[in-house]
Design a protein around this ligand. Structure first.
Ligand code: NAP
Length: 340
């Protein structure tokens, strides 16, 4: 690889700022050409200035951000925005740029053009490791299995940091309502915790892994049974807390029943040829998903070649810093592919 890797950052929220902080600590492997937020693209600014400015909650337009301009070929677009950025990816790829993403929307939406993304991902010009698994390169491993001619049948995975933390705490004897309050106070939840507890994000992540595994041509059927019903989204905090308390006793009983049989509760997503299913399951305590620590995520990959002996990937799970590291690792791999 010659010269620092040129990057443009699309989004400067929690993950974007973690990327900026890691660029500042890096030894010159990367060169930040620009950064964008919803107010526009800022070219040529110092990462430290952008970091300070966005950490203060201010828009990049204050610093002179304006209309989008395409950078040079070989630049890697780092998508840490939210929502439908797929049009930007398409044009980036058409123009000879690479893309790495933590933003799941362009990959997981029912109408995602996976037929466009898949060749770019298989060729190494699109990096999707930041969307699922944070520090555990599950998608990359799936690609390696497929490159070796293997056929993946099923994926079982624990991929929501918030749900895993809450479920692990319940398993340790904490009431659900207290576990959710603790997760919220540590900043692990959305401002409305019911969004995390609904499990919808696990459905999106398993959709991405299933697509990466080559399980479907079109959109999968998705069935998510959340820790709380979908209709609990948008409740006032006191109402949500009261409803969570109503689940304390039944969930504690479920934990005890599982424990009596040597099992542990986990919020598991499964993808197979029939689609995606997500919900609370009890797993053997000594199984890969049963053994996961509070801050880990993991995936068990069942494939034809290793039938009966699934591949297991587990490791550090969640949050902006781990995700930013994966994005920069993906950016190195994408830049390498662009330069060959
Ligand atoms: N947080 C995590 O630990 C984590 C882990 C894995 C993946 N992710 C994913 O990574 C992405 C970023 O997460 P986050 O926590 O950093 O979100 P966030 O704090 O809400 O930040 C989102 C950023 O994207 C910008 N943005 C939104 N739409 C944009 C657009 N169309 N063009 C340019 N910028 C746009 C926002 O601009 P403004 O500043 O102007 O609002 C903001 O800077 C999300 O897709 C999330 O699902 C997050």
């Amino acid at each position: 690889m010659t010269g620092p890797i040129p990057l443009v950052l699309l989004g400067c929220g929690g993950v974007g700022r973690a990327v900026l902080a890691q660029l500042l600590a890096d030894d010159g492997r990367f060169r930040l050409l620009g950064a964008a937020d919803r107010t526009g693209l800022l070219l040529g600014a110092d990462p430290a200035a952008i970091l300070d400015h966005k950490a203060a909650g201010r828009p990049l337009s204050d610093l002179g951000a304006g209309a989008w301009r395409w950078p040079e070929r070989g630049t890697v677009l780092v998508d840490v925005a939210v929502g439908a950025t797929g049009a930007r990816w398409r044009e980036a790829l058409d123009r000879g740029l690479g893309v790495v993403t933590a933003n799941k929307a362009p990959l997981a939406s029912p109408d995602a053009p996976w037929d466009v993304w898949e060749p770019a991902w298989r060729a190494g010009r699109l990096g999707i490791g930041g969307t699922v698994g944070a520090g555990v390169p599950t998608a990359t491993y799936l690609r390696a299995l497929r490159d070796g001619g293997d056929v993946i049948h099923r994926i079982d995975a624990v991929v929501s940091g918030t749900l895993h933390f809450v479920v692990a705490r319940i398993g340790a004897g904490q009431p659900l309502s207290d576990a959710v309050a603790e997760a919220a106070s540590r900043g692990y939840t959305e401002p409305d915790p019911a969004i995390d507890l609904s499990g919808a994000d696990v459905g999106r992540k398993l959709t991405i892994l299933g697509r990466a595994a080559g399980l479907w041509d079109g959109a999968p059927a998705i069935e998510v049974t959340g820790l709380v019903p979908d209709g609990w989204r948008g409740l006032a905090p006191a109402d949500l807390a009261a409803r969570l308390r109503s689940l304390n006793a039944p969930l504690a009983a479920r934990v005890r029943a599982a424990r009596d049989e040597g099992r542990r509760l986990r919020f598991v997503g499964t993808a197979d040829r029939t689609g995606v299913r997500c919900g609370l399951r009890d797993e053997p305590a000594d199984s890969p998903l049963g053994r996961l620590g509070d801050a880990e995520n993991g995936a068990v990959l069942h494939s034809a070649r290793f039938d009966g002996v699934p591949t297991t990937l587990t490791g550090p799970g969640f949050g902006p810093d781990v995700t930013a590291k994966t994005l920069l690792a993906d950016a190195c791999a994408v830049a390498r592919a662009l330069r060959t």
